[in-house]
Design a protein around this ligand. Structure first.
Ligand SMILES: [Zn+2]
Ligand SMILES: [Zn+2]
Length: 562
């Protein structure tokens, strides 16, 4: 008899001939802790699914039937009338519910299953399965240990990589105003594009995308400006806490290659990150005020031209892909850029959009119409069409209508384009050509053309020569004229008042040489100086300029360098 608690009315006889493991399963299966007061059903100590009979490749109730015979003597088999031997807990429940279950002897299919567990082969198979399970458990434990070791190696490597990043990119302290003052136009415009595209509340920009057109219309521009120039000028800096996947490592060695989209950036300057950011925004904005760009007009116009060309190339790609055609840049990058550059020199983005739109439409139509044509051929046709259309614009064969508007939803203009046109120039980027840009900067060019030199008053110069004639050595006076002829001071531009010093000095030198023998050096100096007024008729100010230049040599205390 079994030595464990059984359900009421059930007797269990362990099968002495069965493997010990089977009798153990039988015990686990039939053990009950009492009767449920409501349902009057046995309360099993454990659920059948929790009993491990896997090594026997059978369900728990079959393994339990191999390990014992459980009999519910209160019930009879509906087939043979003998006391009901139980195939499972369910048979007991069925009998209690008034159903008519069969005993084990009258359930031959069941008994065959049970029989398979009782032969020597079954036991050895079970042993094999158990050993297999054990070795699997060992292997699993090894795998876990390996994974753990690898994790800790990786953690170690991560730590060393993080240290390498932090060492390479320390946080610097600079005066933000100094940084901005030293930064060239590209660096400042690039920084403002990043500022405009990706705001930050904590002063840390998490990745700068260079591919998607958000910063600048082309990847080249975005990389060169936002990451090249702005970073070189220290306006944007790589944060030492940037994630490892922002950089290319060889083992634990940090290479110079990195992924701008993953690296974290902060603003050059001093203090906390949010404070740095706000200061940089203010300084950069102020530095790009149109009125202060006298010396950077050419840089500004060149960048306007580049963003127009870039936006058009970007739109062309967008239109072709919209027609399910390949990106023209894949096969025709150089050609497309040349066409776009040619267009950008004359037309606004909105007008160039027209040509790009039509070229993509024509390429798609050609592909539809010619069944033999490949998509690549259609793209080649489209690019040529883009070129032809532009030529028609230029030749006046195609009348330009209203420029296209920005496709704000699908292809918003990049931040750099808005910075250059809207923020700096105060122009609408879609409708403004380079001619409009030149108009907007004309006042700067005028200022640029103005001569920076100022000449002393003629009256003061003559007065000084007359009153200080005793201090002037005529030989040095003559040498100063020779120097003015051979090495005149540098001019500042086309309208510089120093123009004409060389010929004027040459003429005055000859004049001096003619008169000096008759009237002496002292009077020759005075007469030659007076005569310089005649040279003004040639260049406007040439005589005064020649006189001013020589005075810096003969009376250096009173007249400083031009
Ligand atoms: Zn029976
Ligand atoms: Zn000048």
């Amino acid at each position: 008899m079994a030595e464990f608690d059984l359900p009421e009315g059930v007797q269990v006889t362990l099968n002495e001939g069965a493997a010990v493991e089977l009798t153990e399963i039988a015990q686990l299966y039939w053990e009950a802790s009492g009767v449920d007061p409501v349902s009057r059903r046995p309360v099993w100590v454990r659920a059948a699914r929790d009993i491990d009979s896997d090594s026997w490749a059978s369900s728990a109730h079959v393994a339990a039937a191999a390990g014992c015979t459980a009999t519910a003597g209160d019930y009879a088999c509906s087939a043979c009338g003998q006391p009901l031997t139980l195939t499972s807990r369910q048979t007991l429940a069925d009998a209690a519910s008034g159903l008519k279950p069969r005993c084990r002897t009258c359930s031959p299919a069941f008994e065959r299953q049970v029989g398979k567990l009782l032969g020597p082969e079954a036991a050895s198979n079970a042993d094999g399965r158990r050993r297999h399970a054990e070795s699997q458990a060992v292997a699993a434990a090894e795998r876990r240990a390996n994974a753990e070791a690898q994790r800790s190696r990786q953690e170690d490597m991560s730590k060393r990589r993080a240290t390498a990043i932090a060492d390479r990119y320390p946080i610097d302290e600079f005066d933000a105003a100094d940084l901005v003052a030293a930064a060239d136009f590209e660096a400042r415009a690039g920084a403002l594009a990043v500022i405009t595209a990706g705001g930050t509340s904590d002063g840390l920009v998490r990745g700068i995308p260079v591919h998607d057109g958000s910063i600048a219309p082309t990847r080249d521009l975005a990389s060169r400006l936002a990451l090249g120039s702005a970073r070189s000028a220290r306006l944007l800096q790589v944060h030492p806490g940037s994630p490892e996947d922002g950089f290319v490592f060889e083992g634990i060695h940090l290479t110079d290659r990195w992924y701008p989209a993953n690296v974290h950036f902060y603003a050059g300057g001093a203090g906390g990150l949010p404070e740095r950011w706000t200061t940089l925004v203010d300084e950069v904005r102020a530095s790009l005020d149109l009125g202060s760009l006298d010396r950077e007009v050419d840089d500004l116009v060149e960048m306007a031209r580049q963003v127009v060309a870039g936006e058009v190339v970007r739109y062309l790609t967008f239109r072709f892909e919209d027609h399910n055609l390949p990106d023209p840049l894949e096969e025709h990058a150089d050609h497309v850029r040349i066409i776009a550059d040619r267009g950008a020199a004359r037309y606004s983005i909105g007008h160039l959009y027209t040509a790009a739109w039509m070229a993509a439409r024509d390429a798609a139509a050609s592909y539809q119409k010619h069944s033999h044509q490949s998509k690549a051929d259609a793209v080649t046709y489209g690019v040529r069409q883009f070129e032809r259309l532009l030529q028609k614009f230029i030749d006046g064969e195609f009348k330009l209508r209203e420029p296209y508007a920005e496709d704000k939803k699908n292809l918003p203009l990049s931040a750099l384009t808005n910075v250059v046109f809207s923020q700096i120039l105060g122009l609408n980027p879609m409708v403004s050509s380079i001619a409009h840009v030149e108009q907007a900067v004309a006042f700067l060019r005028d200022r640029q053309d103005r001569c920076i030199h100022a000449l002393p008053e003629r009256h003061d110069m003559i007065e000084a020569i007359r009153t200080r004639i005793d201090e002037i050595d005529p030989v040095i006076f003559r040498r100063a004229l020779a120097l003015g002829e051979d090495e005149p001071p540098a001019r500042c531009g086309e309208s510089c008042i120093l123009i004409g010093i060389a010929p004027a000095s040459r003429d005055l030198g000859r004049f001096y040489d003619r008169v000096v023998a008759r009237i002496g050096g002292r009077d020759a100096v005075i007469v030659t100086s007076e005569a310089s007024e005649l040279s003004n008729s040639v260049w406007g100010t040439a005589g005064d300029a020649a006189l001013a230049a020589l005075l810096t040599l003969v009376l250096p205390v009173q007249f400083s360098d031009l």
